[in-house]
Design a protein around this ligand. Structure first.
Ligand code: KIV
Ligand code: ZN
Length: 419
């Protein structure tokens, strides 16, 4: 799909800026450059490298990324003050496609309680700083912070003022993750329809996940006409995090027929990118996280395992290969069924002699009730014991003699298997 197509969604990755703002997630310049290289392979359209005024280390990281990355736009964040804008420009001006990103609040909560300014003064400051940034760089993005809680009329006035001052990307942030999807979609639609000059700008959104709605709000904004999405790998970011890149990208892909939208991300790099970010931030991904969690392609219950083994389509809406995983996983637990049990034995090359099947299955269930997952090693031992009437060929007594006492058998099995 061409970049100029109205159905093309541009992916703006802010893992290295908003993502790195997560408490305890500090990334040094080497780590940031490694992640930026991987984001380049992933095929994102924009990399937000950092907040250069915040520290010399972050300035340097942004500068290295700007020098090295080709293809993607490289941007960095500035508050609406000259010093910040100069720091951003100093750090990113050598990028192939540089962009200055300016943030200034738009909600009355922020204007009164954080900035202590009037609405008029905020508009004036924003417009002056956008014009200043445009004197340095062709691409300027303006983010009216806390737009999700702002007066929509004032938001529209702000957007048209910033477009007139030279902003060519307008990013609408739900900074506090407060909006409901239909509200946020309505807000974005209204701004695009009502702000004069909106046809000259690309509309982007930036959603936080405080109520678990970041991806839903992003989707609502796309339906309302936004065509750029700010997101992070593994959904990391301030507080509860940002829109998760992997979720929004796979949503566009899996539901392409319904949504009619596409992006340029190479989805087979998703798992590799997720693991790199997790490793370098020292923060594991929650196991049930959509798309990249360890359980996202794992099947544990007998009903699901039987269905997946008959046809993956029964329980998988996307292929593990599409996100760069070798395969889905069948996890053997006390909730597993015989289909999965036999499937795994077959894969291990273990064939039970006739009449031993029930015995092995009972041993499996007894062991499974005592632990979270039955491993391949456990299975081999269960099969060996069933073939030798409870002996492992090591002189231990047969466990089948004690089948009347469930707990005792479980303990014995555990002892035989784990010593
Ligand atoms: O949450 C927010 O509003 C931001 C802006 C800088 C876009 O991170
Ligand atoms: Zn944010």
């Amino acid at each position: 799909m061409k970049d100029s197509s109205p159905d093309r969604v541009f992916i703006f990755d802010t893992t290295l800026r908003d993502g790195e703002q997560s408490p305890g997630f500090h990334l040094d310049s080497n780590a940031k450059v490694r992640i930026a290289r991987q984001l380049e392979k992933l095929g994102v359209d924009v990399i937000e490298a950092g907040f250069p005024i915040s520290s010399p280390g972050d300035f340097e990281a942004c500068r290295r990324i700007a020098r090295e990355i080709r293809g993607a736009t490289v941007t960095a964040l500035a508050r609406a003050v000259k010093e910040d804008i100069d720091a951003v420009w100093g750090a990113i001006k050598e990028a192939e496609k540089p962009q200055i990103h300016i943030v200034l609040s738009v909600s009355d909560v922020h204007i009164n309680r954080k900035l202590g300014m009037s609405r008029e003064a905020v508009l004036k400051r924003g417009a002056e700083m956008v014009a200043y940034a445009r004197s340095l760089c062709e691409n300027v993005q303006y983010s009216p912070e806390d737009a999700g809680r702002a007066d929509p009329d004032y938001l529209v006035e702000t957007v048209e003022t910033m477009i007139a001052a030279g902003a060519n990307v307008i990013n609408i942030p739900d900074t506090t993750g407060y909006c409901l999807p239909y509200e946020f979609g309505e807000l974005v639609r209204r701004v695009i329809n009502e702000a004069r000059g909106s046809e000259k700008a690309l509309f982007s959104v930036h959603c936080h996940n405080d109520l678990g709605l970041a991806v839903a709000n992003t989707l609502a904004a796309l339906s309302a006409g936004a065509r750029r999405v700010e997101c992070t790998i593994n959904g990391i970011g301030e507080r509860a995090g940002n829109t998760s890149l992997e979720e929004v990208v796979m949503l566009l892909r899996v539901r392409q027929a319904k949504l009619g939208l596409e992006c340029g991300v190479n989805t087979t790099e998703i798992t590799r990118t997720s693991r790199l970010v997790s490793e370098l931030t020292g923060t594991p991904v929650q196991p049930n996280k959509a798309v990249v969690g360890a359980n996202a392609f794992a099947h544990a219950s007998g009903i699901h395992q039987d269905g997946v083994l008959k046809d993956r389509l029964n329980y998988e809406i996307m292929k593990p290969e599409d996100v760069g995983l070798a395969d889905s996983r069948i996890v053997l637990t006390a909730r597993s069924g015989r289909h999965a049990f036999h499937h795994r034995l077959n894969r291990l090359g273990v064939t039970l002699t006739e009449g031993k099947d029930d015995e092995a299955w009972q041993r499996f269930l007894q062991l499974a009730d005592t632990k979270k997952e039955v491993t391949d090693e456990d299975l081999r031992k269960i099969a060996a014991m069933s073939e030798t009437n409870g002996h492992e060929g090591n002189g231990h007594p047969p466990v089948t003699d004690q089948l009347h006492d469930h707990n005792h058998v479980a303990d014995t099995l555990r002892h035989l298997i784990f010593g």
